[in-house]
Design a protein. Structure first.
Length: 478
């Protein structure tokens, strides 16, 4: 290292998996690191880069003002015009891992990131998505330390880590159809965990199932890295983190990152969206009474059948509540569903509903008119709801969502868990419960948890201090 290079800030490569929630959370971290004086190369696929430049106001506006931030792009192996829609999620997951490994190796060996150039040091640390475990071997070949960033909660990571133990104890695969059988081999979760609450990849008849084994091995691999970053906070997942700390060498809990970013930057933070946000819903919300609206959004990947769509629609209308509903155009199986909704339902919807293709979710949840959130229990949506203090009805789709919804309903008491059911009567009743009957009960737990979240990201709080430690440790990695 020459003298000139010693003067420069450390330089990290951040590499998220190409999906909305992964990119957004890691872009939040990238911004905080840049703000903390670290240079960041943010590695994304060509498709994500194109969409960020088009729709992310964070990228368009203030990220451009950080001289320490730059993009590098690679292929995801799919043709440019592939829609990469919801039902292809596992296909992309399997193919991307194969495509990206040699590309990452080439990039790390190339002059673009290896040598100090145009005022940047060579890369001294890689912060890589925890589902891209292959990066560990590649980085080791080149001699660069790896920190994994897991975009799900500690509970999901711990449940996957305990997978082999569950198989050994014969709790998985499930015998018989009873999904309410208690699960005992995940320390810290006995007493409330049932079969139906395990991450959805456990719902297999063959434990050699490729996806299940992949999740086990990816999770085990993260324990081999220098450290792991989790978008959570100690006060939310303390008991599970205590278990996880027996296996991971170092865990930095730095969340909720979307709110932490606002504290660090003290500016008007903008969105990291891959879709165009329909802002008309904000004007619609502005004229609704306080806490009168139930917000419905199932994230960026969830798909539903036309029958499920209709059950939700009837349940919403029958509840008599006002609603703001995000229906992504690619979120319903089968073509042309829009043209088969009965006119009567569309007319009733106009009276008290607003439907958009993609909403500015953080802003929506923070709006005074929103009183409940019908969610798929994605980890980011869960954190955003906690920070905004909005009670949830959980309809988990896949992955960690089955577990998150159990924590929301049973452990944290922040809402109701509707998993494995989808009928109009249950939906109607749960909306009434969350918006009226049990509102006070949930609101008290939410206010307490939202306060703890804010404390964690305030100077001196757990996540704030952990992020400072992360920045300090990255500086030591030169
Ligand atoms: N989101 C959004 N607008 C929408 C729907 C979702 O901005 O209309 C954002 C939401 O705020 C969250 C992310 O998309 O940050 C979804 O992440 P989550 O982990 O909840 O679910 P996933 O999409 O990974 O299933």
């Amino acid at each position: 290292m020459d003298d000139q290079e010693t003067e420069l800030p450390p330089h990290v490569l951040i590499f998220p998996y190409p999906a909305q929630s992964h990119v957004a959370a890691m872009l939040n971290l990238a911004q905080i690191l840049c703000h903390g004086g670290i240079h960041v190369t943010f590695l994304v696929t060509h498709d994500i880069h194109r969409r960020l430049l088009r729709h992310s106001t964070a990228v368009q506006s203030h990220l451009a003002s950080y001289s320490g931030f730059r993009f590098e792009t690679i292929s995801d192996g799919l043709p440019e015009d592939d829609p990469r829609s919801g039902d292809k999620v596992m296909e992309l997951f399997r193919s991307f891992r194969v495509t990206a490994k040699p590309l990452l190796r080439d990039l790390l060996r190339s002059d673009r990131v290896r040598d100090s150039d145009s005022g940047r040091k060579r890369i001294s640390c890689i912060i890589v998505d925890g589902v891209l475990g292959f990066a560990l071997g590649v980085a080791e070949e080149i001699g660069i330390p790896v920190i994994f960033f897991r975009t799900t909660g500690a509970c999901n990571n711990w449940a996957h880590f305990c997978g082999p133990k569950l198989i050994e104890a014969r709790e998985v695969p499930f015998e018989g159809n009873n999904m309410d059988v208690p699960i005992k081999s995940v320390p810290g979760m006995d007493g409330f965990l049932r079969r139906r609450d395990l991450p959805s990849f456990y719902r297999v008849i063959d434990v050699a199932n490729h996806d299940l084994q992949l999740f086990f091995s990816e999770t085990q691999q993260t324990t081999q890295a220098r450290a792991i970053i989790l978008n959570t906070f100690e006060e939310l997942e303390g008991p599970i983190l205590a278990q996880a700390r027996t296996q991971w060498p170092q865990i930095y809990t730095v969340g909720p990152l979307h709110a932490h970013l606002k504290v660090r930057l003290t500016s008007n933070v903008t969105s990291n969206s891959l879709w165009e946000e329909d802002m008309t819903c904000m004007t619609w919300l502005d004229v609704q009474p306080a806490k009168s609206v139930i917000y419905i959004s199932f994230g960026s990947i969830t798909m539903m059948t036309k029958d499920q769509l209709m059950e939700f629609w009837h349940g919403l209308l029958n509840s008599g509540k006002r609603f703001l509903w995000v229906i992504r155009p690619d979120s319903v199986f089968g073509k042309d569903w829009e043209n088969h909704i009965p006119t009567k339902i569309l007319e009733r919807t106009k009276e008290r509903g607003c439907i958009v293709g993609w909403a500015p979710q953080e802003e929506v949840l923070a709006h005074k008119s929103v009183g409940g959130f019908l969610t798929h229990s994605g980890w980011n949506s869960t954190l955003e709801s906690i920070v905004a203090g909005v009670p949830m009805i959980c309809w988990p789709y896949f992955g960690d969502q089955q577990l998150n919804s159990r924590f929301v309903g049973e452990v944290w008491k922040l809402g109701l868990d509707m998993k494995d059911t989808c009928d109009r009567v249950t939906i109607e009743n749960m909306i009434r419960d969350v918006m009226d009957v049990k509102r006070q009960e949930f609101q008290e737990s939410l206010d307490r948890m939202a306060k703890l979240a804010r404390k964690a990201i305030t100077e001196g709080g757990t996540s704030y201090c952990n992020l400072d430690c992360l920045i300090r440790d990255i500086r030591l990695m030169v």
